[in-house]
Design a protein around this ligand. Structure first.
Ligand SMILES: O=C(O)c1cc(C(=O)O)oc(=O)c1
Length: 292
């Protein structure tokens, strides 16, 4: 573990907000354990271990029923820890993998059989080296044949340059953590409006309204981030997802309490109908379409 790395909260509170039965934590990770699933030699951080057993215990503690587990950059394109967690959870988990262009069709089919339903394109420079857009386009063509979609992680300053690429992708796109707006600029600032306009123009682009803990300047309980997430939930109620982002890699300002993150949900989705869409209908339609 990196010397300045903050491990995840050892005892998150029981949330005050009771999530509806069937709720999906649509953005979380598994890390290692390193002695079984070593971290990538190309990683830009070394986390603490965060194994599947702890993820599933957290799911139960917070009252969720299912997980969408996202391959984290510390594991590079080795999805073994992810696939292992998916095989343990069976129908209760789906996965988002990170693949290299030379992955075999056989390996793609095996990941699909394990529950992978998307690939992740990561543009965050502190996490990954740049991948040429044509490489991502080649991957997009291949996974489109499997009925998979694409999860993208970028920071707000990168959005303008990425828009033509994003609008060229042939499958649904899910943007991680609202495209990481600079919350000091306000919801009406052109930078956030650029993101809102992207979703308004493209019915196939969704967003996770997650990670207030990463975006906040004020700190818990994240009052400064609420307006951004709430705006997106109310503007695009059928294209939003929520996740804990457990085990919260690379947090520097504080160790988020996952129970406190769950208590943010009714503040950004202030009705039972919006909570039903955010936590159940939308993730089920995208990751368990044959069960909706
Ligand atoms: O902001 C981050 O550091 C971060 C990192 C990763 C990853 O390493 O994949 O995933 C996330 O969702 C967020």
């Amino acid at each position: 573990m990196d010397p300045d790395y903050l491990p995840f909260h050892p005892a998150p509170k029981t949330p005050d907000f009771k999530v509806p039965a069937g709720a999906v934590d649509a953005h979380c990770h598994v890390f290692g354990p390193a002695d079984t699933f070593p971290y990538s030699p190309k990683r830009k951080y070394t986390p603490c271990d965060a194994p599947k057993e702890k993820l599933f215990a957290l799911r139960d503690h917070l009252g969720f029923s299912r997980n969408v587990i996202v391959q984290a950059s510390c594991h590079g394109t080795d999805n073994a820890a992810l696939v292992d967690a998916l095989e343990t959870a069976g129908d209760l988990a789906r996965g988002v993998a990170v693949i290299s262009p030379d992955v075999s069709d056989e390996d793609l089919r095996a990941m699909d059989a394990a529950g992978v339903r998307a690939v992740r394109f990561n543009f965050v420079k502190r996490l990954v080296d740049a991948t040429p857009k044509e490489v991502f386009l080649g991957i997009a063509e291949r996974i489109a044949k499997l009925g998979w979609h694409i999860v993208v992680y970028f920071e707000a300053p990168d959005l303008e340059e990425l828009i033509p690429f994003l609008e060229s992708l042939p499958v649904p796109i899910v943007v991680d953590h609202m495209g990481r707006p600079d919350v000091s600029k306000g919801v009406d600032h052109p930078d956030f409006q650029r993101f809102v306009d992207l979703l308004a123009r493209n019915e196939n682009i969704w967003t996770k309204v997650s990670c207030p803990e990463r975006l906040t300047i004020a700190g818990p309980p994240y009052d400064d981030v609420i307006p951004f997430a709430r705006h997106l939930v109310e503007a695009f109620p059928d294209r939003v997802l929520w996740g804990t982002d457990w085990p919260h890699p690379n947090m520097k300002s504080h160790v988020p309490d996952d129970g406190q993150l769950v208590d943010v949900i009714p503040r950004i989705a202030p009705s039972a109908a919006l909570q039903q869409a955010l936590l159940i209908d939308n993730p089920m339609r995208l990751y368990w379409p044959d069960e909706t």
